[in-house]
Design a protein around this ligand. Structure first.
Ligand SMILES: C[S@@+](CC[C@H](N)C(=O)[O-])C[C@H]1O[C@@H](n2cnc3c(N)ncnc32)[C@H](O)[C@@H]1O
Length: 234
């Protein structure tokens, strides 16, 4: 019998990245692969589902917006990056009573040139017991219903030509199965009249607590999530 041999990546491996073409980008380090492991001293690295401030910084250095809205700020990673770059940022969260899925809350705010949106990946991490919290949606259908409202509210506060960057990842739900949340993100954006501005950005997920666990079941580990960048037509 043939013996199959695998190298088991028990420790982080070094991967060779493709060479990026030179161009006139104001931030040449930003490519479709965000692989940096250092998140920067922004927000709180201990906040569940926090993201890299370096990623947000790279996007802001590329798009150079003059105003930013972060309706699901969590530990405030985006706000801290904006403070450093001296960009006015409106930062909200259900933790502070702001329901980003309720369009009544958007009255009188905006328009913004850039919206950073990092929603819960449905119930992969549950953030509160608040029924308005996206992570507490009792069914996937209801999650998508609320997610659509969220995206449409972001469109409502975007200036013409403004950009919406959404960080989202697929996940495998114990009851509902594999959920292609990145696909639904694109679908809902297109249905809301937005158009994709550029390549999606694959963010390597360094520092996931699950990476250090051993599972009895067999699956292909997902080690990334995705930033989709869409634009409101002028
Ligand atoms: C993935 S976390 C954001 C983490 C953030 N990017 C950071 O680096 O800390 C998602 C956030 O969405 C918030 N949230 C969930 N439902 C919400 C809603 N309906 N309106 C506003 N915020 C909500 C949660 O409280 C949580 O802080």
């Amino acid at each position: 019998m043939t013996r199959l041999r695998f190298t088991s990546p028990a420790l982080p491996q070094i991967a060779v990245l493709p060479l990026a073409p030179r161009n006139s980008s104001p931030n040449p380090r930003l490519t479709s692969l965000f692989h940096w492991s250092e998140r920067g001293a922004y927000g709180d690295a201990k906040y569940p589902g926090n993201c890299s401030g370096q990623l947000i910084k790279d996007l802001l250095l590329y798009f150079r917006p003059t105003s930013v809205f972060d309706p699901m700020t969590g530990s405030g990673t985006c706000r801290d990056v904006c403070d450093e770059l001296d960009i006015p940022c409106t930062s909200k969260d259900i933790r502070f009573g702001f329901d980003a899925c309720d369009e009544a809350n958007d009255a009188g705010i905006g328009p913004f040139h850039f919206v950073w949106l990092h929603p819960p990946y449905w119930r992969q991490k549950v953030y509160s017991r608040d029924a308005r919290d996206l992570s507490t949606a009792p069914t996937f259908t209801y999650f998508l219903y609320r997610y659509e409202k969220l995206i449409r509210n972001c469109v409502g506060v975007l200036a013409p030509g403004g950009k919406l960057a959404i960080l989202m990842g697929d996940y495998s739900d114990r009851e509902t199965g594999y959920l292609p949340l990145v696909f639904h993100t694109q679908r809902l954006c297109f249905q809301a009249g937005l158009r994709q501005r550029c390549t999606q950005i694959i963010r390597f997920q360094h520092g996931n607590s699950s990476s250090w666990k051993t599972y009895k079941s067999s699956f292909i580990p997902g080690l990334h999530d995705v930033v989709t960048i869409v634009e409101r037509p002028c």
